[in-house]
Write a protein that binds this ligand. Structure first.
Ligand code: TGC
Ligand code: FAD
Length: 414
């Protein structure tokens, strides 16, 4: 950063306050080293560009403040709905945008370029709440919930993880007991995104036969509470909470008729993990773009730090990894559009791209020196967010073991 571009005080020496005026501006430019844009349709580019414009206008100006005060910016819900971020791939007859999976991925990329917490809210609403209702729900459930979820009139959350069962959801303790015309739900879910403000929860619980069933619990049902989880250093602009069920009466029409077993929630995770593979590219691109601009402007030893070979190595490696991830996702999206993608291919992309983004974030922060630890730049916030993203939706280790199983035919979980 040169003295000339600084807004100086009238004594004309640089101050932190003077720098802040120019640092917060969102000057993001997306890297596209291999011309991946040429592989996209006009509609896909339109979805990407309009989401990017919305993020620049609505998310970037406010996200740091909400992150600092650890609050989800609820006022963005209507805007997210208006750009079609809730269930982009759900057919239009149920209120979705009816888009293809590359468009969905690009939308998640742009939202996570703004903040992982904003992408999380869209992922949960679309892939973990609307998807299971569409795929496993009755026609009555689809008509009752999907259009309102798409419009953001009601918000949902997804309860799979429990205090004692994270990577191993098959061991879940939450139970539904048949009680004539309804079930009685007991148990607790933990680390649930959007739980504190969600109107409905898609919950996974074992029935009297020990089979995993999916159901819709509604806020206001007696015995259902959702306390917020505080003191997070990560994903601070996203609300996380518990779901506690104490003898909650669940009407039988709230059970999903279309699925039994762990494959129910895991199918939802395939859709959300796919979106995260793209989302991570957004966070990585923002860190790279910030580091590149800073390195060209910051002068040390009389020249831009971008002129030092060690800085160039960092930037060149960042762009290489982003380019590889872009190609991985484009191919993954093409397979998904053809209904040919496997859960194992999604695991590979989720694992690779989140780790890639986290590494790029850490390198970018180094390039920014001390400025990298401040909220004046998005880099530290992205790093902190990605520490959750590498754990949720299957940890880095679990996805490696899914790939290991596929390669060797030997299941490390048994
Ligand atoms: P396993 O015996 O392998 O499988 C049980 C049944 O499920 C089927 N299956 C799948 N089906 C669809 N998609 C997949 N990806 C599937 N993986 C397995 C399998 O064929 C079998 O079917 P069937 O018919 O024979 O019964 O199960 P396991 O108990 O050994 O566990 C496997 C393991 C460890 C890979 C899995 O449980 C796992 O992925 N664990 C990680 C848990 C996880 O990802 N939790 C995420 C919680 S939600 C969340 O984090 C949201 S964050 C939201 C945000 O803010 O974005
Ligand atoms: P554990 O399963 O206890 O794992 C701890 C460590 O042990 C990890 O490093 C793991 O990789 C390792 N490990 C476990 N088993 C093995 C093994 N077999 N081999 C090698 N290593 C192993 N869940 C939901 O259901 N809904 C949500 O909306 C949701 N949102 C979340 C939001 C945030 C901010 C966070 C942080 C989590 C969220 N989760 C949600 C929970 C998330 O999915 C779990 O945290 C995740 O699945 C890991 O479970 P765990 O934290 O219990 O870790």
């Amino acid at each position: 950063m040169t003295l000339e571009v600084l807004t100086c005080t009238n004594k004309c020496f640089p101050t932190f306050a003077g720098r802040k005026k120019i640092m917060r501006a969102d000057l993001f430019q997306s890297p596209d080293y291999y011309g991946v844009d040429e592989l996209l349709t006009e509609e896909q580019k339109l979805v990407r560009d309009s989401t990017r414009a919305w993020v620049k206008k609505e998310v970037t100006p406010i996200i740091e403040e909400y992150c600092q005060k650890a609050e989800f910016p609820k006022h963005l819900i209507k805007g997210l709905a208006s750009i079609g971020a809730f269930g982009p791939f759900i057919p239009q007859e149920y209120g979705g945008a009816g888009l293809d999976y590359i468009s969905y991925g690009l939308m998640m990329q742009e939202l996570e370029r703004g903040d992982s917490g904003i992408r999380s809210t869209a992922s949960v609403q679309g892939s973990l709440v609307m998807f299971p209702i569409f795929k496993f729900g009755s026609e009555e459930q689809r008509k009752k919930y999907l259009p309102r979820l798409a419009k953001g009139e009601i918000m949902g959350c997804f309860g799979l993880t429990e205090p004692d069962h994270g990577s191993d959801p098959a061991g879940m303790m939450t139970r539904i007991k048949d009680n004539g015309d309804h079930f009685i739900l007991n148990g607790a879910k933990m680390w649930i995104s959007n739980a504190p403000f969600a109107d409905i929860a898609v919950v996974w619980a074992k029935d009297d036969n020990g089979e995993i069933r999916g159901l819709i619990a509604e806020k206001g049902m007696k015995g259902f509470t959702s306390p917020e989880t505080h003191n997070k250093w990560s994903l601070r602009a996203s609300a996380t909470g518990e779901l506690v069920f104490d003898d909650v009466k669940i009407p039988k029409e709230n059970i999903f008729p279309g699925v039994k077993g762990l494959k129910g929630p895991l199918n939802c995770l395939n859709s959300a993990r796919y979106g995260i593979s793209w989302g991570a590219i957004g966070a990585a691109m923002d860190c790279y773009d910030t580091a590149l601009r800073y390195a060209k402007e910051r002068i040390q030893f009389g020249k831009p730090i971008a002129s030092f070979q060690l800085t160039q190595k960092k930037l060149a490696e960042m762009l290489t990894e982003i380019t590889k991830a872009q190609l991985l996702c484009w191919r993954l999206g093409t397979l998904k559009n053809q209904n040919m993608v496997t859960p194992q291919q999604i695991s590979m992309a989720k694992r690779n791209n989140v780790a890639m983004a986290l590494n790029i974030g850490r390198e970018a922060r180094q390039v920014l020196g001390a400025m990298g630890i401040t909220g004046e730049y998005p880099v530290m916030r992205h790093i902190m967010n990605l520490e959750s993203v590498i754990t949720y939706e299957g940890t880095h280790e679990i996805h490696l073991l899914i790939t290991g199983n596929e390669i060797t035919g030997i299941n490390a979980f048994e």
